[in-house]
Every structure is written in structure tokens, then in C-alpha cells.
Design a binder for this molecule. Structure first.
Ligand code: BG6
Length: 470
């Protein structure tokens, strides 16, 4: 394929602290909500961390980060997306002083990345609210979370101001609508949560996010601070006008988060939605002013598209992901039922760019699949993951198409560049990586790392600036 990716395109991979670090109670780290979610996002939390929680050990990135970063460098990564575990820095979230040991850990990780010229891309909050904030304040429902988050971001922005340039405020901020505990640290069960409380929590996050942009730019004007949304393009299931209108409404449920981040104020269509649903939120004086601190770029995850129907009966056959929708009869699906739609990526890139004219960064994309570890003719353990190569190839071809369409794309980081624990199901069996980690869902395994076939393929993609894509 013709080379359409610019020299400075940020190729890389993405992870999150709670899904790979392990060391959940080491060096002063406090508990996060993930430590009591052994079965993933939709199951009930436990009282205390339990042994069956794969995230407590993760893939032991905390101790093996040097080995892992070396392999990322071998693939030619220009960037590596990771999150800072908030509870490593402020163990309870509302502590007076940060935990020095936690800060030192990320110093070491960033220094290691710098050794190889890999630019860190840091998510400040990736589904890992300190547990104490969930228990004492019910997470983001409480306005005081803004202040705790502000203190946390000031601390890390100041500490790493010369080591990190690219920041994301909240992972998939729109997912709080569907997974309030995982995304918003809200312990009140979703069934008991009023819409007003939920939208109030969202308001607090939006204010906190804008505040982070403001503070970041004050601390280092060179910082690039972005929002991060779960991007799911919606297609009407039929051309019936009712399905089309329903699709427009579904789109707005996702896009309003980006609208506020990019335009600096609430979109008018929300007034109607709030009115129709009896939602009222409190906006304090000064909030509107803070929201005007708009992001430098928009980042998003893309795994699948979704179809929307206005038919209440058909809605019941929802798709397998976070966002409601119905299956698309024209698309295949992964082993976990996530529908595979490479062209949807070109489509959403164009939709977002047409709407905002801001640089876009694809910070998650990938295929969660069951891998079989084999021994090749040279006696090396590996995985022949042609299915993953195909998935990524097909998506990258569509990114190239979008670039050709005129969309400004800053970079692309595949999700779980090294196998890690799944967010939705808490399994390790759902693997995304170029690097296989020997760890199984029953906790067995050596934690050794092995390069999959896709490792060499991605290395080639980066080296040729996409020239090997088909
Ligand atoms: C995104 C999250 O929703 O999807 C990640 O930001 C997550 O944390 C990824 O891991 C893939 O989802 P899953 O459930 O397969 O891990």
C-alpha cells in the first residue's frame, strides 16, 4: 500500500495500570475499585480483594517493565500508552500527601521509555478510582472528587512535566453512562441510581477534565491534553426515518462528551433530553468558565460499530459491548461477540473530524482472541496469530483511507500490546497482545513473555510507515 502515514505518526501500543501492573498493595499503593471487581465490569463487587482477581497480579508489569519496554522498543514503538494508578499516588484518593514510592515507580518507567525515545501517553484515570473514594463519597457523584482529582493531576503534572507531554484525562469518559462503578467509581448499584445523580457525576468529571486541561497548560504550555471517548459509530438498522432519528439520539449520547470537551459548553440538545427525562443537575458558579478550557486533541477507542433500532422489541437483542445497540447482519464477530467493522473506523474518524476539526488519536483498537502457544521449528515458543494480523491490517488500511480523506490522525496505539487482564470479563484468556504472557485464568503460568507472529508484523508496519499493509 502507498505510504500515507507521516514520519511523525505516533505508532505504539496501549495498556492500563490496573490491567497489567499487579503489585496491588505494594510500596504504599492503596486499593482501587478494580481490586474488588474480580469478574469484570458488570458483576457485583466483593467486600475485599479476593484471590481469584487476576488484576491483583496482572502481568506483573510493576516488576517486569524494563523487559516489556525493551520489547516495545524492538517493535519500534514511538509511543506507549499507560495509565498512572491514582491509588499508587494517593492511596485513599483524599490523602494530604502523595506516596513518594508510587511517584518513583512512574519516574522509573518514564526514564526507561526515554532511553528508547518512546513518548509516554498517559491516562490520568483509567477505570481505577481509589476504592476509598468509592466507599466514602460514592465516587464522582460527590463534587469533592473534583478537588481530589485536581490535587492528583497537579502532583503528577508537576512531577513529570519534563518527562511526559501527552495526557488523557479520563479513559472512555462516556462509559460512565453504562458502567457507573468501573468508570465513575460509583458504588450505588446502577438499578438504584437516579439519572440526575448519574448526570451530576458526569458533570463533575467534565469539570475535572477541563480543569486538568487548564492546569496542564499552566504547568507546561507544551503539554497536549486530550479527552478520551469510547467511539462506537451507530448505523440505523433500516432506512426507516424512526430508526434514523433514534440513531441521531444514540450518537448524541456518545458525542455530547466530546462536544463539551471540544466546544467548551453543553450542547443545546441536552436541555431537551434532561427535560424529557426529569434530569436536573447543579452547576456551580465558575463551572461554565472552567469548561471553556478545551482539549488539544480527541482520542478514542474503537472496537466495533453498532446498529440502532427504534423498535422496542428488537432492542432487546442488544450487542455484547457496553453501549446498547443491535447486531449488524452484515458483520462477523469476535469470539466474544464484538462485531468486526474496519470501515467503521474510517467512518468515525471522518465523523469526528468533520464535527470538530481537531487532531484525532486512535488510542485503542484490537482483537481479543484465544491464542494457542506453540513451539516453532527453531524451538521458540510463539503464537501464529494471523487472525490478529488481519484484524489490525484491515483497520489500519481504513485509517490510511481516512488520512487520504483529509482527516488529521496523530497516531495509533493498539490495545493490550502485551497480553493483559480484560476489563469487561477480567480474563487473561481474552488476549490482545503482540507479546504472549504465560498466565492463565486459574492463576497458573510463569509470567514469561513470548513474541507472537504479529510482533514481527507490527514491527514491519512501523518500520515501513504502513508500507506493508494490504
Ligand atoms: C476499553 C477499555 O473499553 O476496552 C480497556 O478502555 C479494555 O480498559 C478494552 O481492556 C478492551 O476491553 P476488554 O473487555 O476486552 O478488556
Amino acid at each position: 500500500m502507498n505510504n500515507r502515514f507521516l514520519e511523525n505518526f505516533l505508532w505504539g501500543g496501549a495498556t492500563a495500570a490496573n490491567q497489567c501492573e499487579g503489585a496491588y498493595n505494594i510500596d504504599g499503593k492503596g486499593l482501587s475499585i478494580q481490586d474488588i471487581m474480580p469478574k469484570g465490569m458488570m458483576s457485583a463487587p466483593t467486600e475485599v480483594p479476593t484471590e481469584d482477581n487476576m488484576k491483583l497480579v496482572g502481568i506483573d508489569f510493576y516488576n517486569r517493565y524494563k523487559e516489556d519496554i525493551k520489547m516495545f522498543a524492538e517493535m519500534g514503538f514511538k509511543t506507549f500508552r499507560l495509565s498512572i494508578a491514582w491509588s499508587r499516588i494517593f492511596p485513599n484518593g483524599d490523602d494530604a500527601e502523595p506516596n513518594e514510592k508510587g511517584l518513583e515507580f512512574y519516574d522509573k518507567v518514564f526514564d526507561e521509555l526515554a532511553k528508547y525515545g518512546i513518548e509516554p501517553l498517559v491516562t490520568l484515570s483509567h477505570y481505577e478510582t481509589p476504592l476509598h473514594l468509592a466507599k466514602k463519597y460514592d465516587g464522582w457523584i460527590d463534587r469533592r472528587l473534583i478537588g481530589f482529582y485536581e490535587k492528583y493531576v497537579r502532583t503528577v503534572f508537576t512531577r513529570y512535566k519534563d518527562k511526559v507531554k501527552y495526557w488523557l484525562t479520563f479513559n472512555e469518559i462516556n462509559s460512565v453512562l453504562h458502567a457507573p462503578l468501573m468508570s465513575g467509581g460509583i458504588l450505588t448499584d446502577k438499578s438504584k441510581l437516579s439519572k440526575s445523580d448519574l448526570y451530576q457525576a458526569i458533570h463533575h468529571e467534565l469539570v475535572a477534565s477541563a480543569l486538568a486541561v487548564k492546569i496542564g497548560h499552566e504547568i507546561n504550555p507544551e503539554f497536549k491534553v486530550g479527552c478520551m471517548i469510547l467511539a462506537i459509530p451507530n448505523y440505523p438498522i433500516t432506512p426507516k426515518p424512526d430508526d434514523v432519528i433514534e440513531t441521531m439520539i444514540a450518537d448524541r449520547q456518545n458525542l455530547y462528551f466530546a462536544d463539551v470537551h471540544v466546544r467548551g459548553s453543553y450542547p443545546k440538545y441536552l436541555n431537551k433530553y434532561f427535560k424529557e427525562n426529569g434530569i436536573s443537575i447543579t452547576m456551580e458558579e465558575g463551572d461554565e468558565e472552567i469548561l471553556k478550557n478545551t482539549v488539544d486533541f480527541i482520542s478514542f477507542s474503537y472496537y466495533m460499530s453498532s446498529c440502532i433500532t427504534a423498535d422496542e422489541e428488537k432492542k432487546k437483542a442488544g450487542t455484547a459491548n457496553l453501549i446498547p445497540g443491535v447486531p449488524n447482519p452484515y458483520l462477523p464477530a469476535s469470539e466474544w461477540g464484538w462485531q468486526i467493522d474496519p470501515k467503521g473506523l474510517r467512518y468515525i474518524l471522518n465523523v469526528l473530524y468533520d464535527r470538530y476539526q481537531k487532531p484525532l488519536f486512535i488510542v485503542e483498537n484490537g482483537l481479543g482472541a484465544v491464542d494457542e502457544l506453540i513451539t516453532d521449528e527453531n524451538g521458540n515458543k510463539t503464537v501464529n496469530d494471523d487472525y490478529r494480523i488481519k484484524y489490525l491490517n484491515d483497520h489500519l488500511v481504513q485509517v490510511a483511507e481516512a488520512i487520504e480523506d483529509g482527516v488529521e490522525v496523530m497516531g495509533y496505539t493498539t490495545w493490550g500490546c502485551i497480553d493483559l487482564v480484560s476489563a469487561s470479563t477480567a480474563q487473561l484468556k481474552k488476549r490482545y497482545g503482540f507479546i504472549y504472557v504465560d498466565r492463565n485464568d486459574d492463576g497458573s503460568g510463569t509470567l514469561e513473555r513470548y513474541k507472537k507472529k504479529s510482533f514481527y508484523w507490527y514491527k514491519d508496519v512501523i518500520a515501513t510507515h504502513g508500507g506493508n499493509l494490504k
